[in-house]
Design a protein around this ligand. Structure first.
Ligand SMILES: O=C(O)CCC(=O)C(=O)O
Ligand SMILES: [Fe+2]
Length: 304
């Protein structure tokens, strides 16, 4: 895993020394051995399974997305859409719409391979959230450190996120990275992990205005904007990989993760989706044919 340029995350230069930066551990050899996979998940807080999907399945989903981006004029027309060349100064970003009514993406994220993986891991029937998060990340963009719990804690906390890249993602394009052993630091992160980004204080008029009337956020959900100082405080290494089509990374709600910034003109395409035991309660914001998400129907007032 070698970067050709210094790596950035949320515009901070990462310390790439071996104490601070490393490679995700593959658990591919434990596929079909749920006890071993669960043990790894407890130890690492994540399971990285390179080469899980047939690459053609993932590349078909990439093509469905790059065709849509090309049709809206978001890609450089001098190159084939599948290359995903961005137009400089025309930023892309979080694009949930690209996964809507997109059977090629559904085939990957809710197909028999991945649902079978989770059924095997959980040892029972699984359900997935009905909302599919999708990102088209262009130059200069990345995701700050956070835990997913703050966005989806109203059902079971034994929920797993799954991050899937649609294409080759070398370090300079920038994929997901996780902070080693941060899932074992929940006591230290207690105040943060109790956040629910859709709660607001009913007894604070300014907050009512911001959240209820203007559709803003009472809390953005980030743990910090600075992955470098966070690592110095919490310890561990930032772990990532050079991703290929077919790979996935699944992780616990309390694992701190972020992404490397994209330093190229190639778009980084990825989905993140969520899976749980079917018998456990599910966060109502993310289920149904038209989930509330973080929209007005999800906001809940409380007295602070
Ligand atoms: O893809 C990214 O930049 C962030 C993804 C993420 O936060 C997630 O998969 O939960
Ligand atoms: Fe996340």
């Amino acid at each position: 895993m070698v970067a050709s340029i210094p790596l950035l995350s949320f515009k901070h230069a990462l310390d790439s020394s071996p104490e601070a930066f490393g490679e995700l551990r593959s658990s591919e050899e434990f596929l079909g051995q749920p006890a071993m996979l669960n043990q790894r998940l407890e130890e690492d807080g994540y399971l990285f399974i390179p080469g899980f999907f047939e690459p053609d399945l993932v590349l078909a989903a990439r093509a469905a997305v790059t065709d849509r981006l090309a049709a809206e004029g978001a890609l450089d027309p001098a190159y084939p859409p599948i290359e995903g060349r961005c137009i400089p100064d025309r930023p892309l970003g979080f694009r949930g719409d690209l996964a809507k009514d997109n059977p090629a993406i559904d085939r990957v994220v809710y197909g028999p391979e991945l649902l079978g993986f989770y059924a095997n891991l959980f040892g029972e029937e699984v359900r997935h959230f009905d909302h599919t998060w999708f990102r088209a990340i262009s130059r200069g963009q990345g995701t700050p450190p956070h835990c997913d719990l703050v966005y989806m804690s109203r059902g079971t906390h034994q929920l797993l996120s799954c991050w899937i890249p649609y294409g080759h993602v070398p370090l300079e394009i920038g994929g997901l990275m996780v902070l080693e052993h941060s899932h074992l630091q929940s006591e230290r992160l207690k105040n943060y992990l109790e956040v629910d980004v859709d709660l607001y204080c009913e007894n604070r008029p300014r907050e009512i205005e911001k959240v209820k009337e203007k559709g803003g956020w009472s809390h953005p959900g980030w743990l910090t904007n600075n992955p470098v100082s966070l690592r110095q405080k919490l310890g561990g290494r930032w772990l990532t990989a050079e991703y290929h089509p077919g790979d996935f990374l699944t992780f616990k709600m309390t694992l701190v993760h972020a992404s490397l910034d994209n330093q190229t003109d190639f778009v980084r395409l990825s989905s993140d989706t969520r899976y749980q035991r079917a018998s456990h309660p599910a966060d109502p914001r993310w289920v149904g044919s038209n989930p509330a998400g973080h929209g007005p129907r999800a906001k809940q007032g409380m007295i602070c």
